[in-house]
Design a protein around this ligand. Structure first.
Ligand code: ADP
Ligand code: MG
Length: 739
């Protein structure tokens, strides 16, 4: 059977104890899992420094033997220091570890290993604090000795794979296990067909595995990585394309508008003309909806480009066919707001007939019952809600379309759950204002078709963005409130966004982030936090009080809004702001997505460096939506050229969401690009980097698509089918492990 050797359980190859250790440490279960535990780097003896000539303040790598290990308690603080004396026969050096006494179990006298770190001086002696290290196999006696044995020579010349290791599984133990598996493996089936390999100059799977795990020279692991990286992209793209084909093979009920029906009436009463892009995308959707297979389409477009309107027209086409549509929003506030604006846009007659209905977790029991009845009875043609809509108690009469607003808060699995709610799979439309660079789209949403709305409705006045750099110009903050007051003078309204809700209670200074503020869950971009100096955060509660007392804002109504309030309170405030009764709304990012108040001209973001690029871009998109020009002031205390400041500057430098998305990717780590809930198998991307490997991903998609076109069931490519199955199995496990 193809791939059977790769699918062997680790226990059968390495024994139960080792297998358990691998499962615990890395979730590794099969031979294939272990073989894709790739070295994180390769060390070479040539790079090594001698202990008697270590340069101060430089990063060094040394091979040495542990001579002496001492644990002592610290004088000034609680805790212990582990001091490890090492020698290479010529010089000595001390390694220090704070509060890591457990390391003494492995760092025993006589052990040899490779140590890497920055040389510092402490009381006149050289040391490495918290070095990286890998211990050698204690049974391989030749290693590191002065008299060169054949093994030592081989070792001296070949790159040493350094594996991601843990306190229970050292790099050398991992290497040993991998050798065992490789030796017993026999021939391995290659998911990449020979013709594709030849065309791209790739070594075969077996050679690639040997190259990365047992390289004789650098060229070996380079060629190995090159081939494995392509294989990763190739299997992933084949899996996504196959999924897409499978979606298309399901039956769905065609949904077509009828003459004189809801859609036609709606279009007739629309006070403006559709933009060209809205028209084009509308046609694409209409074609999908009329088909007998479920639509799976992502619409991306800038905030305010009119995506919601396009989605509403799709819902009306479904209503015309007698079906229902569900609109999923990421928060209760947004769901409620969607409902209000749908009712407004539909006008009284259509709204009465279509009965747009809200279902959220916080609805009072009686109201919820009524809403559920209308939904199951089919009177509610449009149902709006949060993920509460996914709950078991919600049943539809005839669900024909699911619209997911702001996909980034909804994962593949949630889309799937909702899909199950139709008698036949409903059509699915996903809306996102977060522009998605092409490769990410191919990788994360490879199973969706993508439409783009890039044209903004006419009459948009644009947005001006300014950075207010308090680090250099502290008194510019006064100018901010002066500008806000000028805007209010013109009859406009302003948002002020803060990263925290209220000041931390006195004495509770050491919260997880130590930033001294109570925060909205999930509110601040975690990446934005890294390395940011600890300044107290501006809070909604404090700033609301300050602005109410501010002489420039005398007589203005200033209100605070945050996630700690009940949904009734939040709703009431949003309504008040939308109706113009509130002049300045001080809020957390609860207002990030979808809030639509055309009269709001100004967006002030406090501590802007605390937010991510796309978050800032989204916030900015809240203003300049009506006929009034927008003004966005990004207030930051971050130093010039700090990473946080770079992000803020990037946002100020362009209004082009695509350009920003690219900048954002470059400032981020990979995991966040894919987002575990969206990748459906993040763990399967090992060597591939979505940003760096654009070319590889595109080439792989093309090759995979050619193969699937000619052989949709992959019956002639069993190796590829097996690799896809393996990948699915792995992502299912990852998913289950999280559940
Ligand atoms: P998005 O969902 O992309 O943020 P919306 O569909 O909510 O955008 O539209 C934003 C605003 O622009 C709404 O007030 C909407 O009524 C209005 N709008 C939508 N399409 C047009 C158009 N073609 N011309 C003028 N205004 C439009
Ligand atoms: Mg919208």
């Amino acid at each position: 059977m193809v791939g059977s050797a790769l699918d062997a359980k680790l226990a059968s190859v390495l024994g139960g104890r080792t297998a358990t250790a691998f499962e615990k440490a890395f979730g590794i279960r099969t031979a294939a899992d272990l073989l894709s535990h790739y070295p994180r780097r390769y060390a070479k003896r040539g790079e090594l420094s001698a202990l008697d000539e270590l340069p101060l303040d430089e990063n060094v790598t040394i091979i040495a033997e542990v001579r002496e290990v001492r644990e002592r308690s610290m004088k000034a603080r609680r805790g212990t220091i582990l001091e490890v004396r090492i020698t290479d026969g010529k010089g000595f050096l001390t390694l220090t570890f704070f509060n890591q006494a457990w390391r003494a179990k492995m760092l025993v006298p006589g052990m040899r290993g490779i140590f890497a770190g920055k040389v510092t001086a402490y009381r006149g002696a050289l040391q490495l604090a918290h070095p990286d290290y890998e211990l050698f196999d204690p049974w391989d006696d030749d290693l590191g000795h002065a008299t060169p044995s054949p093994a030592a020579i081989r070792w001296a010349e070949s790159p040493i794979p350094i594996y991601p290791a843990t306190s229970t599984l050292a790099s050398w133990q991992i290497a040993k296990s991998i050798e065992l598996v490789l030796d017993g493996l026999g021939p391995v089936a290659d998911p990449v067909p020979p013709a594709v390999r030849a065309e791209r100059g790739l070594v075969d799977y077996r050679a690639a595995l040997e190259g990365v795990h047992r390289p004789k020279r650098d060229a070996d692991w380079r060629a190995g990585q090159h081939a494995l990286r392509f294989q990763e992209a190739f299997v992933l793209q084949a899996a996504l394309l196959q999924q897409r084909a499978a979606n298309r093979s399901w039956n769905a009920t065609p949904r077509t508008p009828v003459a004189g029906g809801f859609l036609e009436r709606f279009d007739r009463q629309l006070p403006f003309a559709l933009t060209g892009d809205q028209q084009l995308v509308g046609e694409e959707i209409a074609r999908d909806l009329a088909g007998t297979h479920p639509m799976n389409r992502l619409i991306q477009g800038e905030v305010g480009s009119g995506k919601t309107l396009v989605a509403l027209r799709a819902m009306l086409a479904v209503a015309d066919s007698g079906g229902q549509a569900a609109l999923l929003a990421p928060t209760e506030v947004l769901a409620a707001q969607h409902l209000r604006s749908l009712v407004r846009v539909l006008g009284p007659n259509l709204a009465a007939e279509l009965m747009p209905t809200l279902i959220t977790g916080q609805l009072p029991v009686a109201e919820r019952r009524k809403a559920l009845l209308r939904t199951v009875g089919g009177q509610a043609r449009i149902v709006v809600g949060t993920h509460a809509l996914l709950g078991e108690s919600v049943t539809f009469y005839d669900l024909g379309l699911v619209v997911v607003d702001e996909q980034h808060r909804f994962g593949v699995d949630q889309r799937e759950a909702l899909r199950q709610k139709g008698t036949t799979p409903p059509h699915v439309l996903v809306l996102t204002a977060t522009p998605i660079p092409r490769t990410v789209a191919m990788t994360v949403f490879g199973d969706l078709d993508i439409s783009t709305i890039s044209e903004l409705p006419a009459g948009r006045k644009g947005i001006e963005t300014f950075v207010v750099p308090l680090a250099e110009k502290p008194d510019w903050i006064n100018r901010v409130w002066a500008r806000v007051s000028e805007e209010l003078e013109k009859g406009h309204q302003a948002f002020v966004v803060c990263p925290a809700i209220e000041p931390a209670p006195a004495g509770a200074s050491g919260g997880p982030a130590g930033t001294g503020g109570v925060r909205e869950d999930d509110d601040v971009d975690p990446d934005a936090e890294a390395g940011a100096p600890q300044r107290p955060l501006t809070t909604v509660v404090q700033l609301t009080a300050e602005l109410r007392a501010h002489p420039l804002l005398a007589g203005r109504r200033v209100e605070g809004l945050h996630g700690r309030m009940s949904s009734d309170e939040k709703d009431e405030l949003m309504r008040g702001f939308a109706a113009g009764r509130i002049d300045v709304l001080v809020a957390t990012t609860v207002i990030e997505v979808g809030v639509d108040v055309p009269n709001a001209s100004t967006m002030v973001v406090m501590d802007a460096e605390r937010f991510g690029v796309s978050q800032l871009h989204q916030l900015r998109g809240r203003v300049g939506r009506g006929g009034v020009p927008g003004l966005c002031l990004l207030v930051t205390g971050a130093e010039e050229s700090s990473l946080g400041r770079e992000r803020v500057d990037a946002v100020a430098s362009t209004l082009d969401g695509f350009e920003l998305a690219q900048a954002d990717l470059e400032l981020r780590r990979e995991g966040d690009v894919l987002g575990s809930s969206q990748s459906g198998g993040r763990s399967s991307l090992r060597l591939l980097r979505v940003v760096r490997d654009t070319d590889v991903i595109e080439a792989a998609r093309e090759q995979a698509s050619g193969i699937l076109d000619a052989d949709p069931s992959l019956s002639e490519h069993p190796e590829l089918a097996a690799a896809i199955a393996r990948r699915l199995d792995e992502s299912t496990r990852t998913f289950l492990a999280k559940a």
